[in-house]
Design a protein around this ligand. Structure first.
Ligand code: EPU
Length: 336
């Protein structure tokens, strides 16, 4: 285990922000994590997974601990289901493709989401009509103060839209070690969201399969979302805001074409990308900070933008959406 001092985090955040860490080390086992936590006991700590959902607004004066806990194991089965446990440091998409190669269904719509397995319950990831909740079966996490491993059921995690107890009440208290999934032996296909069906037709898929859905999702994502290896970004920068149904009806009258999806509780989730585009931000660039040309919900770093510049841009976007629609956009990305 190597401990580095004054270390550049550029390669460790998908925004590609060149911020530094006072100390940096990665852990591959629980024992290594415990050792590092001991070293870092008098300092601030930041536990890093894939670094795909953070914006570093300055140097981190403390310890950055990179989670490299890997391993995928089968943990039992029933007639219909297979239980699988994956290390929090496994790359999410590699895990999804591994499951597909074993014919374990349920993750295919979540293909190509950047980040690691540990972030899936933290963020409660979701895409193309499937939420993590439909496959999630609990997790184990290390309590930084108590120095003990605790098990969490799905209910314990208090999952919400891009939200969980680990972003709220238990923020910065736990390191997620591994995540358990319940996958299906017989697939249930979800092709109703957005352009999936259209893409399957374009691909001339004759027989639907989880592999075909994964390929369709990968094609759609690649066409809309910038590849962090080429243009720094952290996916959707803001959450899609919800408004009460009567407020949506009023907005619809005032703003033709506004995009909204009904929530189960009757409120309406607005497409933040649409709101931002209407304010004229799509494709905007100032220096190396910008708004993606194909998806206005994604802020980008063309190379040398600082975290502060991206943050400032996000404030301007929030202000103009507030001025025009009286709607507040909440950031989805963690600001460090
Ligand atoms: N739209 C615009 N202009 C834009 C972008 C979007 O008008 O610049 C409109 C689209 O036309 C569409 C609607 O907004 O009618 C929704 O767009 P899209 O399907 O691209 O999805 P999204 O709501 O912007 C969410 C997730 C994504 C996820 C996609 C697909 C959030 C914050 N984002 O985006 O997740 O991949 O749905 O399921 O919920 C992420 O969380 O980082 C992420 C990428």
């Amino acid at each position: 285990m190597q401990i580095q001092e004054n270390f550049s985090l550029r390669q460790y955040n998908s925004f590609g922000i060149n911020a530094g860490a006072r100390f940096f080390a990665s852990f591959k086992t629980l024992e290594e994590l415990e050792e590092l936590v001991d070293h870092a006991r008098h300092h601030k700590k930041l536990v890093l997974g894939g670094g795909t959902n953070i914006l570093l607004t300055g140097d981190f004066d403390g310890w950055v601990l990179k989670n490299d806990l890997t391993g995928i194991e089968e943990a039992g089965e029933t007639g219909e289901e297979i239980f699988v446990k994956a290390g929090a440091g496994e790359n999410w998409n590699s895990f999804v493709q591994y499951a597909i190669s074993r014919d374990w269904a349920g993750l295919e719509n979540l293909s190509l989401i950047p980040g690691n397995v540990g972030a899936a319950p933290m963020q409660n990831i979701g895409a193309y009509g499937v939420e993590l909740e439909s496959v999630f079966n609990g997790l184990e996490a290390y309590h930084l103060k108590d120095k003990a491993v605790h098990s969490f059921t799905v209910g314990d995690c208090q999952l919400g839209y891009r939200d969980s107890i680990f972003k709220n009440k238990l923020k910065d208290q736990y390191v997620i070690l591994n995540v358990s999934f319940r996958l299906r032996k017989q697939p249930v296909f979800h092709t109703e969201y957005g352009a999936i069906r259209q893409e399957l037709e374009r691909m001339q898929v004759q027989e639907l399969s989880i592999g075909a859905i994964a390929r369709a999702v990968i094609n759609i994502r690649s066409s809309k979302l910038p590849d962090p290896a080429k243009i720094g970004n952290a996916g959707s920068f803001f959450k899609n805001p919800s408004v009460p149904a009567d407020r949506f009806r009023q907005l619809e009258k005032e703003h033709k074409g506004i995009v909204g999806y009904k929530n189960p509780d009757g409120s309406v989730k607005l497409a933040a990308g649409w709101l931002i585009e209407q304010c004229g931000w799509k494709g905007f660039r100032r220096g190396d900070a910008g708004v993606h040309a194909h998806q206005a919900l994604v802020l980008v770093n063309y190379g040398a933008a600082t975290g502060k510049e991206i943050y400032r841009l996000s404030e301007e976007i929030q202000q103009s959406v507030r001025d025009r629609f009286a709607v507040t956009l909440e950031r989805e990305v963690n600001i460090i």
